[in-house]
Design a binder for this molecule. Structure first.
Ligand code: NAP
Length: 643
């Protein structure tokens, strides 16, 4: 299954091919690996042109002009072969695939990496992560139903995997449609801040996104299309809220209290997958008077499309990823926009952020077999595994006063400071206000293509960095005592990220309440299961957040794989339920905590949604993506108490 149309034959003559390769829209780093793979010929890959891991953030993978010319020459010869010769056997052996991948990532990849990246690359658009079992082969008789809660990105994935495994399931969704965050967030300017070629399922890759980073409506359509292709729509009960889940020790069931326009009922099932999302409960600031404001106000996640901002005097509180996306749109129509910034964010330059895919790149997708897969792999690598070491503490590093934690972190900081300086070169006061002083990577980077500086430089925009002391009936007062009136206040103040699974009540073994057990400090083994809650799974649970703009879909795919392996174990071994052992859970969390303490976000004391009220990093995964993949491969029965 794939959204990728079949490859068109190359009809361009040599001159046209040469011109095409000169177009800057052609992404060179994945070009030779794709051609080597298509031609099943490693000689296309000269050693000296392999990706330099230290330059992953640079344009064209940091290739010099001469190196780019060499790549184009090799690609030209290979394209001629693709055009003129019948495509031979492209059954690339795993050994050769490993070599091509190692070349593409600039790292000698070992066996596990090969399998994980192969799944991520999905070279022939195969679904390499689909369950390799079906219930009828394991235990045909067993009455086993799974309730999935939430029809967002991870919920429909879980539903599909259960369907593939032939396991009975029903999906409850409180909204009237599919899409989760992409259904609820409709603010102007909303788009994915991760490259779209990695922000899609590995087994449902799509190459012809209109933009490098699609807008909300395009993503909503993608997930709806996926749900239709998955054939799961009939298993979804829309407009249905799950208010509680209670474990019945005697029956070995979960009883869900659900409500819809048809009333309330209890639904019994053997397992629950919570896919309720994490960044969807709006957080309003704890500012005195916040409830007293009498004019228009709303949160970014609940945009008021009925209110016309034209000619209005607008305040925006917050400068995180959401606010930076919608503020430029507000500033275009409002008479004046005042932005209240508490902490400036590090901007990560990405010139293509709002650009359409260039024709030359689309040509490559359409004519070079597997180019889109290798393009995805390139993005995957450079956005996470390749970047992670830059956010890790080097205990021997002596920072030169910039809060850096290693030489790589310091160097990245120099690059990002240079970017800020170039963007605000003629506006020193703004430059001072927008330059962060916290460790790079301690908060999520804000992706930027220059629009932020352009917006802040507008005559009708003011960046206020004074602390807000109160919100009044008509406006906002700051620490200097100045009061400004506004027609509307828009809150870009983020989400209650640490309040996992709220407001749902979950009661497990011995009547233990999940929220009481967590007491504001949510933890789980692999982010998926917690002691006392047998057969209850979390997707996007504690410490499964990806930090450096990699794709959260990767984590969901690993989590859902683990869940299906777990269910397979229950069915194959006639086990009613499993409960993760407390000591396994605790040791795992100790290790994650220790890992997070070595990372930028764990070291810095800057405020961020990565941390919960007790200051613990409750969101982030501190290790490599490979490690999460490895840990979620198989269920280890000795980690669990069998019920
Ligand atoms: P956020 O990153 O938590 O930002 C909230 C903003 O509100 C921050 O600037 C924060 O300042 C400010 N704020 C909070 N309380 C305040 C107060 N009392 N006074 C003044 N300022 C206050 O929330 P977000 O922008 O909604 O983004 C959350 C996450 O959602 C992102 O990190 C990203 O993972 C995801 N997201 C993804 C996309 C996408 O892919 N399309 C888009 C948007 C968001 P401080 O920095 O000082 O706390």
């Amino acid at each position: 299954m794939s959204f990728t149309p079949s490859i068109s034959p190359i009809t361009e003559n040599n001159k046209q091919l040469q011109e095409l390769l000169l177009d800057p829209g052609v992404e060179l780093p994945p070009l030779l690996p794709a051609l080597a793979f298509a031609l099943n010929d490693l000689s296309v890959l000269p050693i000296d042109l392999s990706l330099d891991p230290s330059k992953t953030l640079e344009e064209q993978g940091g290739l010099t002009v001469e190196e780019q010319e060499k790549v184009r020459l090799l690609a030209f010869a290979a394209l001629q072969r693709l055009r003129d010769e019948p495509l031979g056997n492209n059954n690339v052996s795993d050994d050769d695939l490993q070599k091509i991948m190692s070349w593409a990532c600039g790292t000698d990849l070992n066996g596990s990496y090969l399998q994980m990246l192969k799944e991520e690359l999905s070279p022939n658009d195969n679904d390499l992560r689909s369950p390799d079992w079906v219930q009828t082969e394991v235990d045909e008789e067993r009455d086993f139903t799974v309730a999935v809660i939430g029809a967002g990105m991870s919920g429909i994935l879980a539903a599909y995997r259960l369907k593939q495994a032939g396991v009975n399931f029903i999906l409850f969704e409180k909204n009237s449609g599919i899409g989760g965050t992409w259904l609820e967030n409709t603010y102007p300017g909303c788009r994915v801040d991760v490259s779209n070629h990695v922000y899609c399922y590995s087994f449902m890759q799509k190459h012809d996104w209109p933009h490098f980073h699609s807008t909300q409506n395009v993503l909503l359509q993608y997930f709806n299309d996926c749900a239709d292709i998955f054939g799961i729509r009939d298993n979804i009960r829309f407009g249905t809220n799950v208010s509680s889940a209670v474990w019945d020790e005697n029956e070995g069931n979960w009883n869900l209290e659900i409500s819809s326009e048809n009333g309330e009922e209890i639904f019994a099932c053997q397992s629950v997958i919570s896919a309720v999302g994490q960044l969807n409960r709006p957080s309003y600031p704890d500012i005195p008077g916040v409830d007293t404001y009498r004019r228009e106000s709303w949160h970014s996640a609940h945009w008021n499309h009925d209110y016309d901002l034209s000619g209005k005097n607008v305040a925006v509180i917050g400068t995180g990823c959401s606010a930076v996306q919608f503020i430029p749109r507000v500033a275009e129509v409002a008479a004046n926009t005042t932005i209240f910034q508490r902490t400036p964010n590090w901007l990560m330059p990405r010139p293509q952020y709002q650009q359409r895919l260039p024709e030359s790149l689309l040509w490559c997708f359409d004519h070079i077999p597997h180019y889109h897969n290798w393009f995805r792999l390139h993005l995957f690598w450079r956005s996470h595994e390749g970047l992670l070491p830059r956010l890790e503490l080097d205990p021997d590093w002596e920072n030169p006063g910039d809060n850096s934690i290693s030489s790589e972190n310091h160097e990245l900081g120099l690059m990002l400071r240079l970017y800020l300086q170039s963007e605000f070169s003629e506006h020193p006061e703004l430059l001072e206000k927008v330059t962060p002083n916290f460790t790079l990577g301690a908060k999520r980077f804000v992706i930027d293509d220059g629009l932020w500086a352009e917006t802040l430089r507008r005559d009708n925009v003011e960046l206020c960095t004074e602390e807000i002391t109160s919100i009044t009936e008509t406006g906002i007062e700051t620490v200097g005592g100045e009061h400004n009136e506004f027609d509307a206040i828009i809150y870009g103040t983020g989400f209650k990220a640490s309040e996992f699974l709220t407001p749902m009540k979950v009661v497990g073994r011995g009547g233990i309440d999940l929220h009481e057990q967590w007491d504001g400090d949510a933890r789980a083994y692999l982010g998926i299961v917690a002691p006392n809650f047998p057969n209850f799974f979390f997707l996007y649970g504690p410490n499964t957040n990806i930090v450096i703009n990699g794709s959260i879909i990767y984590f969901s795919e690993c989590e859902v794989h683990f869940v299906t392996r777990y269910i397979n174990y229950l069915l194959a071994n006639n086990v009613t339920a499993m409960d993760v052992k407390q000591e396994i859970h605790d040791a795992y969390n100790d290790r994650v905590d220790a890992g997070n303490r070595q990372m930028a976000w764990g070291i810095s004391d800057v405020n961020s949604w990565y941390k919960n009220a007790s200051g613990r990093t409750a969101q982030n995964w501190p290790f490599s993506l490979l490690e999460y993949w490895e840990q979620t491969r198989e269920v280890n029965p000795s980690d669990f108490e069998m019920l």
